[in-house]
Ligand binder design. Sequence first.
Ligand SMILES: [Zn+2]
Ligand SMILES: [Zn+2]
Length: 431
Amino acid sequence: MDFEPSVSSEQLSAFRREFHRHAESGFSEFWTTAFLASRLSEAGCAVLVGEEALCREARMGVPEEAVQQARLAAALEQGADPYWLERMHGLTGLIADIRPDLPPHTVLRFDIDAVDVDESQSPAHFPAREGFRSLNAHESHACGHDGHAAIGLGTALELVRLKDCLRHNVRLIFEPAEEGLRGAAAMVKAGAVEGAKYFFAAHIGVNARQSGELVCGTEGFLASTKFDAEFFGKAAHAGAEPHEGRNSLLAAASAVLNLHAIPRHGKGETRIAVGRMESGTGRNVIPSYAKLICETRGSNTEVNDWMFEQARRILEHSAAMYGQECRITLMGGGGTAASDRAMCELVRRASENIPYFRHELVKDMGRGFGADDACAFLEAVQAQGGMGTYAQIGSHLPAGHHSPDFDFDESLLLPSVELFCRVALELDARK
Ligand SMILES: [Zn+2]
Ligand SMILES: [Zn+2]
């Protein structure tokens, strides 16, 4: 089927700027989900929200209830559609089916969450200059997911227009809480990719840092586990009765040094990081509580699981050494998956019809970020005999991902919609 997009570049930029202004961090994408749900259902997509889209209990690293309530109130104040907010039952993210009469055949994934970072106010920063900076303090689209959401919306509007020509169901997943690898597992658990044969996702930038560049597939993702460790000791007067206390700061400090001393693994690359340590109240008080924020990574699931088991042992024994308990809470994580060569080839062919992608800048396979939650979907599709790929859409970036000045080249939006549509149409012609 030949394909000519009907959505305009201006329309896509307008969507992108709306998403950008309403930047919401993981599991708080209330405005974003309601906006998408309302536009998608108006256009004729079948929209699944709430527990139909993701399993509440399988979410990891959900912000505290008070934070969630404040963010929900902010979304309402910013004009989020109350009809959809009510149907979401506090859960963000959604699924849009083009042909809901059929099971999903091709799944396209778009992540919609923002990063916990304060956006730049500098006039050199394009969103600040053009007046579409994030309305929400400490939440900003510093990873380009505003662009992903706009591309997803544009793609759905195109595909639903072609609905009568499609032989299968194309399912679009709008994933919450990609940052920290928290959202995908909950959607997979709810059956989001059950029965799907093909999977396609893409990220703006990553290692494709020139406009017109395209990396059709990605390998070298690291499996990862994110977790918090809390130590519960006993406070006491540091001068008068230090022997009565059980020092959580010491237990945590001992754990930190030993975590970073876990030996390498012969079967793959590994990483460990303690990103933050909190403890203590006053100069003369034995600290009764400490918290560590940690992650492990591995070039395959086996070595990552091994790292996490070593970490757990060290944390528990460090606590025992200082006479106290340690509680470990999983905050996110996922396995690893590599793109299938045949799918990279298909994406390359689809890109040849789109002038934006410059032939000499199209590569079959590249390295990714450390991790992307898309792996959880890709792994699930591959496990049921399907295949998929994760592409990188090139853009000049004035600053790196997750930096307050991050921005991307909006002229990639329309060609990206065209790429997703062409890939989906090509796959739809297959069994
Ligand atoms: Zn990111
Ligand atoms: Zn990202």
